[in-house]
Write a protein that binds this ligand. Structure first.
Ligand code: AMP
Ligand code: ZN
Length: 478
């Protein structure tokens, strides 16, 4: 398995790190801030993280993977105050963030993210490791206390021979201090590790260097501390996240970890490209800010969105448009039409060579092991479906295994396709009897009834074939 590594600007092959199939890979992925529904850009990143985990497993690695939930920061606190003005600050925060976390988890499942292969860790439940890390940074002389908060001291960190600017070029000219967790300019600034308590906000007690510092953690310390505390290795193997997190978030994570431990943080930093809408950055003011709920309300299948994201390299920018989602939904419909043949064993007689299936799956696995090249893997799959699959005998058990193996790589839900129900089967048989009796008026009536039940019927030399109509093109949005 090789991955684009932002630390080296090259690909890193896991075997170069001494990691071979059978070995354990540790993986930390930055998760969401749970103060609202996530948008489809966020979901693109989380689908890419899912592809990373699945395909490390497919490549033979054991995977120990963690994702954080940021459930304490300026945005979550502000939202909790408006949603639950009646509750105390800590209760309001927990109430609000748990609700958005539950929506997030259900969005993940809907877009095919396998939530059983990683662990979720919440910032509010890991304050201890964060405080311990801040104390270590302080002990090494790379932090200072000012006005009840604790800051990272970049000048001292650099003076000790450490590099700040491992992921991007950092401008060192105007030195300043920031309380905000997010800032745009590539400037070196002393960033906050621990924020002093503000009236009416949730806080934790913190005794540091003889000072009482009630407050809450900064965003960056969260990820450094939770990665090490939950993955139990240093360096971890892979750290992933969206491209916007490269600076300052990930640069600061590196500095904090080295500042606390003197050891490197991660061997690979891999960044997923951003999703744009109609060529523009998503924003509320442009009214092009979509959630999964929005696209489902327009008649699209959540996995059509997943397929759309798999049609680009995970490191590239991806442009979302309703036309591209239409096309993805059509492609998903064709794949599902194929997967539904598993329940129509009457349609083909030919036995399919298992070695052809193995070859196809090997090619897909190899493509995905090359920096998660889902585009190449999909090309192998589409070729298989178009050229080889028509001659296949759809033995129920073998094909369940085949679709399960494709799903393990791509997460497109092919093996979840259920059979039609007894009522639909009866109508198909009745239509067939009417056709054989050349009663075409009755046969048309049955066809119309089947369409109302979501099925389209076509006649093949081996008998009638049904397809579900659920993924036909939704009405276009104007
Ligand atoms: P946040 O909740 O803002 O911390 O974002 C959660 C994840 O989504 C991070 O890994 C971000 O880098 C990623 N992300 C944010 N905006 C986009 C976007 N437009 N496209 C892809 N990923 C994004
Ligand atoms: Zn993070």
């Amino acid at each position: 398995m090789k991955l684009t590594n932002t630390l080296t600007s090259k690909h890193t092959e896991l075997s170069e790190l001494g990691l071979n199939p059978g070995d354990t890979v540790t993986l930390y992925s930055c998760g969401p801030t749970v103060y609202n529904h996530v948008h489809i850009g966020n979901l693109r990143t989380f689908i890419a993280d899912d592809m990373l985990r699945r395909n490390l497993i497919a490549a033979g690695y054991k995977v120990n993977a963690v994702m954080n939930i940021t459930d304490v920061d300026d945005k979550t606190i502000a939202k909790s105050q408006t949603e639950h003005p009646d509750l105390g600050p800590m209760e309001a925060l927990i109430e609000t963030t748990r609700a958005y976390e539950a929506i997030f988890m259900s969005d993940l499942a809907a877009v095919g993210v396998d939530t059983s292969i990683f662990t979720i860790v919440r910032a509010t439940e890991q304050i201890g490791p964060m405080q311990a890390m801040i104390a270590d940074i302080m002990k090494h002389g790379f932090a200072y206390i000012a006005e009840g908060s604790v800051y990272f001291d970049l000048a001292k960190y650099q003076a000790a021979g450490n590099t700040y600017g491992q992921l991007i070029n950092v401008d060192f000219s105007p030195q300043a201090r920031v309380d905000n967790d997010e800032y745009d300019k590539n400037e070196a600034r002393d960033f906050v590790l621990w924020k002093g308590m503000k009236e009416g906000e949730p806080f934790w007690e913190f005794a540091l260097d003889g000072h009482d510092l009630p407050g809450r953690p900064g965003w960056h310390i969260e990820c450094s501390a939770m990665a090490l505390a939950n993955l139990h290795t240093q360096p971890i193997t892979i750290h992933s996240g969206g491209i916007d997190l490269k600076f300052p978030h990930h640069e600061n994570e590196i500095a904090q970890t080295i500042g606390a431990t003197g050891q490197p943080f991660t061997q690979i930093f891999t960044h997923h490209g951003h999703l744009f809408v109609d060529g523009r950055k998503m924003s509320k003011s442009l009214d092009n800010f979509y959630t999964l709920e929005d696209i489902v309300a327009e008649g699209y299948h959540p996995l059509a969105f997943r397929l759309l994201t798999l049609q680009a390299s995970h490191t590239s920018e991806l442009n979302f448009s309703w036309d591209s989602l239409d096309a993805a939904q059509n492609s998903l419909g064709s794949l599902y039409g194929w997967a539904d043949l598993r329940h129509q064993t009457n349609l083909s007689e030919l036995r399919f060579e298992p070695s052809v299936i193995d070859d196809t799956l090997d090619h897909m696995t190899q493509a995905l092991a090359d920096d998660l090249s889902s585009t190449a893997a999909l090309a192998v799959l589409y070729r298989f479906v178009a050229e080889l699959a028509p001659g296949m005998r759809y033995d129920e058990e073998d094909s369940a295994e085949l679709f399960g193996r494709i799903d393990a790589l791509l997460g497109l839900g092919l093996s979840d396709r259920s059979d039609i129900n007894a009522d639909q089967k009866k109508l198909i048989a009745e239509r067939q009897t009417a056709r054989e009796a050349k009663d075409y008026a009755a046969s048309d009536r049955f066809r119309a009834q089947l369409e109302r039940r979501g099925l389209e019927i076509s006649d093949t030399p081996n008998g009638p074939r049904w397809r579900r109509l659920e993924l036909t093109k939704p009405e276009k949005i104007n």
